[in-house]
Design a protein around this ligand. Structure first.
Ligand SMILES: [Zn+2]
Length: 388
């Protein structure tokens, strides 16, 4: 494979990020972001596949899988080009899709979450390939447009498609914004799982003055919720903080004060650690509710299982590269929300490292130019070690 001649643009992570921000890829819109990456990667010897997946009740989503080389070891970089909506545009002090550089920061929606990391990894990979650094093994990009959306037609289905083709990934690095305050202060080697429960209690509507003719579901719901709220799911594990259940909604929908309502509903979410699977946790919750001997209905959705990748050769590589470039000792963390790593964990070891996440999903999302250059250098060092 011969790579196209190097242009400053392709290995300049900042210019790449500016271009990506200008693509209005608000989930689930592709917005030109995948086109842009596909064109550049194809020109540099990557074999690209555009994968559009559909499912009922959710929008069609475009994804990109691009691979350079076909041998082992295979390192995959995973990420998403879709971004969350900008909200009230008047709340922004710059054009959210302008990709301007103001005060040495690249400004716009997706700068932190996570077009910045995609730009850095692209620049690093193309630079490394052009320098002749990939003699055996392969490097790939798994880029979805469905991370900020329902997560149905994205990474999960690309992985199934890859599995069907017999493509094996040896390690996956996800570029989510894992740095907390300063670039490289934190990487993620695990995430807690997520389970959402919808609890419904049905009674009989009636007049508040004649409660014997009605059956009030509200006190029953309150009792059941207090059972859930009182549960100690675990005390935390070696690698994880304790699992936590939060009641997030109570809805009776009753505006009248003289009517006993017919139904009362609540929703809760559990972030659970590696002492549970989604299934076992659901059983635990049902057992606790059953013990209250009240009629209820519980619907449960497991949004993702907990994952943990034990520190080893690859995390050492990442930590060393971070130390070399930034001087920082990265914390190997399992905190925070979920990411597409919850799907990747079923196929290969996975860890996450990216830019500082302080402004993600906020107005005036932005990333420091110096952090961009440093992240691209770290990724390039990782590639150099991986292919050494
Ligand atoms: Zn993200």
């Amino acid at each position: 494979m011969t790579a196209a001649p190097e242009t400053a643009h392709e290995t300049d992570c900042v210019a790449l990020l500016q271009e990506l921000i200008r693509c209005k890829s608000v989930t689930p819109e592709e917005g030109g972001a995948l086109d842009f990456l596909e064109k550049m990667l194809t020109a540099n010897g990557f074999v690209c596949h555009r994968l559009t997946f559909s499912d009922k009740d959710t929008p069609d989503v475009e994804n990109l899988y691009a691979r350079y080389g076909d041998g082992a070891p295979h390192l995959c970089f995973a990420g998403h080009t879709d971004v969350v909506p900008v909200g009230d545009e008047n709340g922004w002090s710059f054009d959210p899709f302008g990709g301007e550089i103001i005060n040495d920061e690249v400004c716009g929606r997706g700068a932190a979450d996570m077009k910045g990391a995609i730009a850095c990894f692209t620049a690093a990979a193309l630079g490394h390939i052009k320098a002749g650094g990939v003699k055996k093994g392969s490097v790939s990009f798994l880029i979805t447009g469905d991370e900020e959306g329902p997560g149905i037609n994205g990474t999960k289905k690309v992985l199934q498609w890859l599995d069907g083709r017999g493509e094996k990934i040896d390690f996956c690095l996800v570029g989510e914004p894992t740095s907390r305050d300063m670039l490289g202060d934190m990487v993620k080697i695990g995430r807690r799982g997520t389970l959402t429960g919808y609890l419904t209690v049905t009674g009989t509507q009636g007049h508040v003055a004649y409660p014997h003719l009605a059956d009030n579901p509200v006190p029953k719901l309150v009792k059941l919720l207090s059972v859930l709220d009182g549960l100690e799911l675990d005390k935390g594990t070696t690698h994880f903080q304790p699992s936590n259940l939060e009641i997030v909604n109570i809805d009776v929908g009753n505006k009248a004060t003289n009517v006993i309502p017919a139904q009362a509903k609540a929703a809760f979410n559990v972030r659970f650690n590696d002492s549970h699977t989604g299934k076992a946790l659901e059983k635990r919750l049902r057992d606790a509710l059953d013990a209250a001997k009240l009629d209820y209905k519980l619907d449960v959705t497991v949004g993702g299982e907990c994952f943990y990748t034990a520190p080893g050769e690859f995390s050492d590589m990442v930590v060393k590269a971070i130390k070399n470039v930034t001087g920082r000792d990265a914390e190997l963390s399992t905190s925070g929300g979920t990411s597409d790593a919850r799907f990747i964990r079923d196929y290969c070891p996975v860890m996450e490292f990216g830019i500082v996440g302080q402004t993600m999903h906020k107005t005036d999302e932005r990333v420091a130019v110096s952090d961009m250059h440093a992240l691209a250098r770290i990724y390039r060092d990782i590639l150099a070690e991986w292919f050494a």
